[in-house]
Design a protein around this ligand. Structure first.
Ligand code: DP6
Length: 396
């Protein structure tokens, strides 16, 4: 009787956002989420951007339930169900079918609550952090210790890369069942201590075409995407890994910009075409190139996902000056003091010849704010029970 199954168990984890420098765009299997090419990303620090998820299982729960940012959501979503099913399957396998009395019953219903420490509407790749966090919390709940990027991949392709910190490759894999389509850490977050990331939030609007639908249309219609997956990405992936190993910012930055541009070129090559970049995005691209040209080498590199926000890579010694360039180019409308968030940014005065060469007519208010962050670690367990997003009654 003492060893009866636990009546309630709860686990909370946090997980990071990642930004690809060799982009994933296109699936060869839409159900298993198997990509047409490998990809490579930088995991961003959770001090600035993270998802927190609590998973609870109880004898007393009558149905599975899910809350996202405080609002109840559809737990029956096929991708949520795929993650749940896979975690439970692994837990069952681990127990070898036998009944471990001390273990949490797999027949208990579960409650999940998840929230972001950043506005979901800002279009900052919340699904990657969200599914990585869901899988991490569930794994913890059931006591799984294996590598779970394969399971996170079933939630969202890019989520598998959020299962590791630092620099992460999602290897395409060859097998039809997807067992070799998983994430691998290329280098930890400590590998390149000077690397910084600036997220330029240009719009709070939701993107017009979601990545899942957009990339499927691209697979069906874009000859450029086919060429990219077969020829371009394999070469670039090897080059990018070497640039990261060498901490070669020139090589890393150039290739990141080229790959972002090619991804958006495949969107234009899609029929009907998909537009994620806006005038403000293109303005930022031109600004980065003028800034690099003035310095005579690559000091900043941009990358854009399925939305208009710019992610800028730079080394620490460039951040203050480039932030000033952005502030002068896009003077903040009202939130002057909150324009720069995240890691502290020093002040810099622009040398007149730089200002003359780089700045053009300012566009007030076009950039809402800048978030300053850096590479960070993978999912973390939250030990402090007061941090759970569900109460002892299993409700938010
Ligand atoms: C442009 O991972 O969101 O951000 O697998 O359908 O959920 P699904 O798509 P998702 O696509 C991300 C696309 C991208 C590039 C990238 O992150 O590699």
């Amino acid at each position: 009787a003492m060893a009866a199954e636990r009546a309630l168990a709860m686990a909370t984890c946090t997980a990071p956002v990642n930004i690809a420098v060799i982009k994933y765009w296109g699936k060869r299997d839409t159900d298993l989420i198997l990509p047409i090419n490998s990809s490579l990303s930088v995991t961003l620090h959770q001090d600035q951007l993270k998802t927190t998820t609590t998973a609870a299982a109880s004898r007393d729960f009558t149905e599975d339930r899910l809350w996202l940012n405080g609002k109840e959501a559809d737990v029956g979503h096929p991708r949520v169900q795929a993650c749940l099913r896979e975690v439970r399957r692994l837990a069952r396998k681990r127990r070898g079918g036998g009944e471990d009395a001390a273990a949490l019953s797999l027949s208990y219903k579960i409650h999940i609550a998840s929230e972001n420490n950043f506005p979901t509407a800002a279009g900052l790749a919340s699904s990657a952090a969200g599914y990585a966090c869901l899988v991490s919390a569930l794994a913890r709940l059931y006591g799984l210790e294996e590598e779970l990027s394969e399971v996170a991949r079933r939630g969202s392709g890019s989520a598998c890369r959020s299962m590791f910190g630092g620099f992460v490759q999602w290897q395409r894999g060859e097998r039809p069942d997807g067992t070799d389509s998983l994430a691998l850490q290329v280098a930890p977050e400590t590998h390149w201590p000077e690397l910084r990331v600036l997220v330029l939030v240009v719009s709070g609007e939701k993107k017009p075409v979601g990545s899942t639908v957009g990339m499927q249309t691209s697979v069906e219609t874009s000859p450029l995407l086919k060429h990219r997956a077969e020829v371009v990405v394999p070469e670039r992936l090897a080059q990018m890994m070497q640039h990261i190993r060498d901490r070669d910012f020139e090589g890393f930055g150039q290739l990141a910009m080229r790959d972002s541009n090619q991804f958006h070129a495949t969107c234009l090559d899609t029929f009907p075409p998909i537009f994620y970049l806006t005038d403000v995005s293109r303005h930022i691209i031109a600004l980065a190139h003028r800034y690099n040209a003035h310095h005579g080498h690559t000091k900043v590199a941009y990358s854009f996902d399925a939305g208009p926000n710019a992610v800028i890579f730079a080394l620490a010694d460039t951040v203050a000056e480039f932030v000033e360039v952005v502030r002068r180019s896009f003077p903040p409308a009202t939130n002057g003091d909150q324009f720069v968030r995240g890691l502290p940014v020093g002040s810099a005065a622009l040398p007149p010849e730089l200002a003359a060469a780089v700045l053009t007519e300012p566009v007030p208010g076009a950039v809402q704010y800048i978030l300053h962050t850096k590479p960070g670690p993978g999912p973390q367990l939250v030990d402090d029970p007061s941090q759970h997003l569900l109460g002892a009654d299993g409700l938010p």
